[in-house]
Design a protein around this ligand. Sequence first.
Ligand SMILES: *[C@@H]1O[C@H](CO)[C@@H](O)[C@H](O)[C@H]1NC(C)=O
Ligand SMILES: *[C@@H]1O[C@H](CO)[C@@H](O)[C@H](O)[C@H]1NC(C)=O
Ligand SMILES: *[C@@H]1O[C@H](CO)[C@@H](O)[C@H](O)[C@H]1NC(C)=O
Ligand SMILES: *[C@@H]1O[C@H](CO)[C@@H](O)[C@H](O)[C@H]1NC(C)=O
Length: 447
Amino acid sequence: MYPIQVCLFSIVLFSYILVEVWSVGLTEDFTWTTINYTWPENGSIAARSGGDENGNFFFNGPTNADSYLSTTQRPTVSTPKSLVTKIPVDYQYVNNIPMGANVWKDKLFVTVPRRRSGIPSTLNYVPLNSPVKHNLPLIPYPNWNINLFPDTSGKGDNIVSVYRIAIDECDRMWLVDTGVIETLGNATKVKQPQLILINLLTDEIIHRVTVPESVLTPRTVFTSVTVDVSKRSCNDAFAYFPDLAGYGLIVFSLELNRFWRVKHNYFYLESTEGDFSIGGYNFQWTDGIFSVEVTEEKPDGFRDLFFHAMAGTHKFKVSTKILRNETLATRSYHGNDITIVGNKGKKFQTSMADMYKPSGILFLNLVNQNALGCWNTQKNLNTISIVHKDDAKMIYPSDVKVSGDRVYVLTNRMPIFIYGKLNYDDVNFRIWSNTVKDAIKDTNCEI
Ligand SMILES: *[C@@H]1O[C@H](CO)[C@@H](O)[C@H](O)[C@H]1NC(C)=O
Ligand SMILES: *[C@@H]1O[C@H](CO)[C@@H](O)[C@H](O)[C@H]1NC(C)=O
Ligand SMILES: *[C@@H]1O[C@H](CO)[C@@H](O)[C@H](O)[C@H]1NC(C)=O
Ligand SMILES: *[C@@H]1O[C@H](CO)[C@@H](O)[C@H](O)[C@H]1NC(C)=O
């Protein structure tokens, strides 16, 4: 009898530990049923009750709209006479789906790409320490004006559409403005894509460079950017942004202010791994290289860069020694430059991933499992573990970022938005977080 009792006891103990693992995972920091915005203070929105007959809202807020209106043709809309400055702001809450999140000091940035009409502002934040955690309105960053569409600058300076942003060691935000308004079945190129750097200490745009046609393809889509820089030399920075539909990787050197495009078959989708089953919908996606992540600097002064296709389950690795050197990066035959790290396994398709550099822990958004996963890059890829899984609340983890010693995840139920209909009385969008240490507790990722 005795041995059996011991055995039962350990089974009970084991399942208790498993339950504990799930409950540690991540916690919900912020939730939204719908995305709304802090409309300009003084200007407020004139027609708060629902806009004009077309549902448009109007600003009379302190923007540089005055100069815009005097120098360019004013959109023709019927506006209440009482308003001083009128900018039609098209806000259709049903289309405002947050895709990216990132943290710097007390700012939690939230991006809303213009994938439909009615997105008032694409780059925004909320105060991380806000006591209000539910349906907190987004604050356009660095200001309202630069987020407005149509353009108010008169020279195409407004930010058109941003998917996800990077924040570097030098207090700078990096983003790729796709320049595209993607209304359903009708993507309109408003301007060439631009790489934009913002100084987070002054909220000023410090660099803006147009991505040259030579590194683009007719299919190019940019939805994320990763920065490779050391605090010692902020100028010697490189940015990598994957072209998920053109199947390439763009490298940007800040010092040279120059872009090049890396080509390789590993950037393509894996034809057998394109099936997804998410939130009750089954579909096939063709997204190739989706996210890249860099390690800490190695003794040779370079980093390893990991990458994966969204429609795929393999993980690949290349040294930044190759990527940073235009000659090496663009040679037509790559030999052993890129290595296959391994196969994550069925259902381990990943949207974004991010690295906790000090200990080489990679966090992966497992879109086909409604989960966040982790992999300790010091160990075999088959030790990949689940950090947190929730088939109701974690549908479509769209972004994951490590900031300091914390990991943040944004989930947004996107497949339901695309293939079905979101219920806007329900919580649809969530920001989750935990310290890296607690998130990986009791998983294979523990050191
Ligand atoms: C708000 O608008 C009113 C009327 O246009 C103006 O007198 C006032 O100075 C504005 N206040 C601020 C803080 O901009
Ligand atoms: C957005 O916020 C404004 C007030 O700031 C409010 O009048 C409006 O109803 C809100 N819309 C949604 C869809 O929450
Ligand atoms: C596509 O969008 C552009 C601008 O948003 C608009 O001018 C054009 O009429 C649209 N085309 C179609 C076919 O809907
Ligand atoms: C790039 O690599 C080539 C070939 O190894 C080398 O000759 C060249 O010096 C490198 N360029 C730079 C800028 O390091």
